[in-house]
Design a protein around this ligand. Sequence first.
Ligand code: IMP
Length: 436
Amino acid sequence: MANIIVIGMQWGDEGKGKIVDLLTEFADVVVRFQGGNNAGHTVVVGEETIILHLVPSGALHSQKKCLIGNGVVVDPQVLLEDIDDLKKRGYFKNDNQLLISEDAHLILPYHRRMDVARERMKGEGKIGTTGRGIGPAYEDKVGRVGIRVGDLLDEKIFREKLEANLSMRNACLETCLHDKGFGLEAILKEYVGYARKLKKYVGNTSIFIDRQMKQGGHILFEGAQGTHLDVDHGTYPFVTSSNTVAGGACTGAGVGPTKITEVIGVSKAYTTRVGGGPFPTELKDKVGERIRERGREFGATTGRPRRCGWLDIPLLRDAIRLNGITGIALTKIDVLSEFDPIKICTSYKYRGERLEEVPSQVKVLQECEPVYEEIQGWKTELRNTREFDDLPPRAREYVRYVEELTNVEVIIVSVGERREETVLRRNPFLHGPRLL
Ligand code: IMP
């Protein structure tokens, strides 16, 4: 039995979709456990590029069960669009493939409007959210007024809860945020329509996972966003509203920590960030622009250009500690093929002091200057490489340097966006972690 969590080690967009899609072949069940449609997981199969916002990336394998756990916030409209898109492309023929937790919370239209209106009011100090209503939906959950998928299936309960919430939310929208409120009947009609379509997918995901585990099934937990967007451990307040770290898989899927066998961290060979917040290795020059162009660094959900910079080892060290990562998947190394030299940030300098780890205060991190080591570039395209030993010596050196600096083995090197453009050094479903 192998139950593996895949986590982003940076600020999201590390290429988790591709890694999950690759590993799904060896799993029986793939589970999303936090976040919502702020995520956009891109998978390239043949000539097709598929972006999934809520359905786990495992959906492209017809025999695999896909779960949306209780920790996810579900926008039913987006979920149905994901499903429709998959069906149109010839995937997801069997509705049994998807199971949505009855305890997952719903995103409602007022969450989206509040998200956008609050950002507008913040002006310069805005977080740069995706505007999908993620924060307000999680606020309702923690505030114990949230409406869950299970409530949606009972029209009477849904109406009662919606009515109670709407009076509060409309007052807030109109009085504090100077925006428009919503009428009850319109939302009710829209959501009852969603309920009809979603009903067949809803159930208890925690019990399902437990049964699968007891039968020896392999479970893959698909993280969304990245470690440094975690609401507790990230660059607060420039974070998302869920626990993106590996611990979130246990609460967000209803699984005990003793059941998890390994945590794989996904990191780009460089760093990107969307939205506001500190980013010590950010490049605001031509090199940054070239990385953005070569890596096609534009948000999969919002289309916003991503901020780009060199690889930041303190970020990865933190991610390893916070998640218990035992293997790294290093993605988009092919994007670096054009650069010489290539820089790696090995520590920060803060007011004359060396820092090996990420300071928790955003103000301190904002003042940190990266300390770089330079590596010679390999200046060779890597897309056709499938074996580690066939990588150019300097690319191998880059990978080994990452291992040396983090003390964790790099088990996958991704050399292109397609499934096959991958160097697999260890399959975590077949072989356990190796200490360096
Ligand atoms: P929210 O999750 O929409 O509230 O946005 C909060 C912050 O997280 C913003 O900086 C977003 O750009 C960032 N964010 C949320 N989801 C993702 C993602 O999937 N990839 C990268 N950044 C994200």
